[in-house]
Design a protein around this ligand. Structure first.
Ligand code: PLP
Length: 485
């Protein structure tokens, strides 16, 4: 018997089910399509520049937007305010030990701070870091001290349509070749990212991590685990890896974490709070990092976090062992992906642990990549629904020296599913409006930059449509839906 938050109806249909009740709410705003058109225009067709005042369902990200439990919120009342030796720290340290099986714990203010500290300590010019896939902040923080990343995902990793259960796996042969080419002394560590964020929240298997560990051991290379999305990865291991079908999530977490020498995480994801941390059983690694934590983050018993966050983090980490909690996002994502897939909307499969990723290239084949189909789809979908997604395509890329766009491998619109935030009727609405948009996709045109920042242009860039397509799309919506929102 599984405790996955999915139930079978009498009809045989399976639906995700909210195994929690709503006890505090926030009012949402579903504005008429004409106002949505104005809002997206005012934001330069960039969803990062929108206000939640104009947004119905915020599917931009899961970072810091998961819902906290009653136990997390109430734990904040017992926060022990102390610069050094806070009992709140003792509680989170014990939670890290119980959940990840690691003795030594360093708190930091968020995930990228852990990356900053670890990469400052271990990465030097000329170093190469093999990994299943990068995360934006990871790549930047490895390049800062002069290192390079090398992504050694398997052939299935970047395929939009796939039935491969573990698209986050590392290709072991590529890993061996890389060590052969560069020499083990140029590789400070191998990094494995749980539920690989940028390729769709796709997990790796325990079997794959065991193989990576064996190669690392053979060459005396450290294995680093980015555990920001470890809960979802453990959930998929239970669902998809036969050896673990009867294991508890707690046991799977211990197995995964036991294979890593050093672990870091963003608490904005894993424990639905703020903050982050680094943990290990190797006191020498701890000693190499602790001075940098004091230098950049704060004293070793708070690391830049408020004690309230530390308390909520301790409870949130323990809740990561509960399949009904960590299964919430994957179960709703699966429902959304399968609903869209069944209607022919191009989405990334199999469903991952972070959100539903819509293939904008397949959705809008008439929009050339230089006119940013993923950005156009995010804007069009907002007009059609009031739902905010995130562009993960060429706008999120950069230009080459000649000034041409470096076209992204895939053009994706990400619809993130923060944990325990949306209900099934909201997810049904999101699917319905995307289906409507798919039927009217010919109406959607491209975008071009009006203001383009030099770095990380996707955050602050402003764009304009290449024609009056947004007006025509809004008019079609009004004609089809009458006076409905
Ligand atoms: C979000 C994230 C980070 C960075 O964490 P922040 O708390 O946003 O700084 C690092 N790695 C992965 C896999 C993430 O998803």
């Amino acid at each position: 018997m599984s405790t996955s938050p999915v139930i079978k109806l009498a009809s045989g249909e399976q639906i995700p089910i909210e195994l929690h009740k709503v006890r505090m709410v926030q009012k949402l705003h579903l504005k008429p399509v004409e106002e949505r058109l104005e809002a997206v225009k005012a934001a330069g067709y960039n969803s990062f520049l929108m206000s939640t005042r104009d947004i119905f369902l915020d599917m931009l990200t899961d970072s810091g937007t998961n819902a906290m439990s009653d136990l997390q919120v109430s734990s904040m009342l017992q926060a022990d305010d102390a610069y050094a030796g806070s009992q709140s720290f003792d509680r989170v340290k014990q939670a890290v030990k119980d959940v990840f099986g690691k003795e030594y714990f360093l708190p930091v203010h968020q995930g990228r701070a852990a990356e900053h500290v670890i990469f400052q300590a271990f990465v030097s010019p000329g170093h190469v870091v093999p990994m299943n896939y990068h995360f934006t902040t990871t790549k930047a923080h490895i390049e800062l001290p002069g290192g390079k990343i090398d992504e050694i995902f398997t052939e299935e990793g970047l395929k939009v349509k796939s039935t491969f259960p573990f698209k986050g796996n590392i290709d072991i042969q590529k890993l061996r070749n890389l060590i052969e080419t560069h020499g083990a002394d140029k590789i400070p560590f191998v990094r494995m990212e749980a539920s690989t964020n940028l390729i769709g929240g796709q997990p790796f298997s325990v079997e794959n991590m065991r193989q990576v560990r064996a190669v690392c051991q053979q060459h005396n290379i450290m294995l680093l685990l980015d555990a920001s999305l470890i809960g979802e990865n453990a959930y998929f291991v239970k669902q998809r890896e036969a050896e673990f079908k009867d294991s508890s999530i707690g046991e799977i977490l211990h197995t995964l974490c036991g294979l890593a020498d050093l672990i870091y995480f963003s608490s904005r994801k894993v424990s639905s709070t703020r903050g982050g941390g680094i943990c290990t059983n190797d006191v020498r690694l701890f000693d190499q990092l602790k001075d940098l934590v004091i230098l950049y983050e704060g004293f070793l018993t708070y690391g830049g976090m408020s004690v309230r966050e530390i308390e909520a983090m301790a409870v949130g980490l323990r809740e990561t062992q509960d399949e009904t909690v960590i299964g919430q996002s994957p179960a709703f994502i699966k429902y959304l992906v399968e609903t869209l897939d069944a209607q022919g909307v191009p989405v990334v499969t199999p469903p991952g642990g972070l959100g539903c990723h819509v293939d904008a290239g397949g959705f809008l084949p008439h929009v050339p990549q230089t006119e940013y189909p993923a950005g156009a789809l995010v804007a069009a979908y907002y007009i059609a629904s009031g739902v905010r997604g995130m562009e993960r395509g060429t706008i999120s890329s950069v230009r080459d020296e000649a000034g041409n766009d470096l076209l992204a491998d895939v053009e994706l619109m990400r619809l993130a599913m923060p944990r325990r935030v949306f209900t099934l009727s909201q997810v049904k609405y999101a699917a319905d409006r995307l289906l409507w948009l798919y039927k009217n996709r010919e109406l959607v045109g491209g975008l071009r930059f009006e203001y383009e920042p030099k770095v990380l242009r996707f955050f602050l860039g402003r764009l304009v449509p290449t024609s009056d397509w947004p007006e025509r799309l809004a008019a079609k919506f009004r004609a089809d839906f009458g006076d409905s929102l």
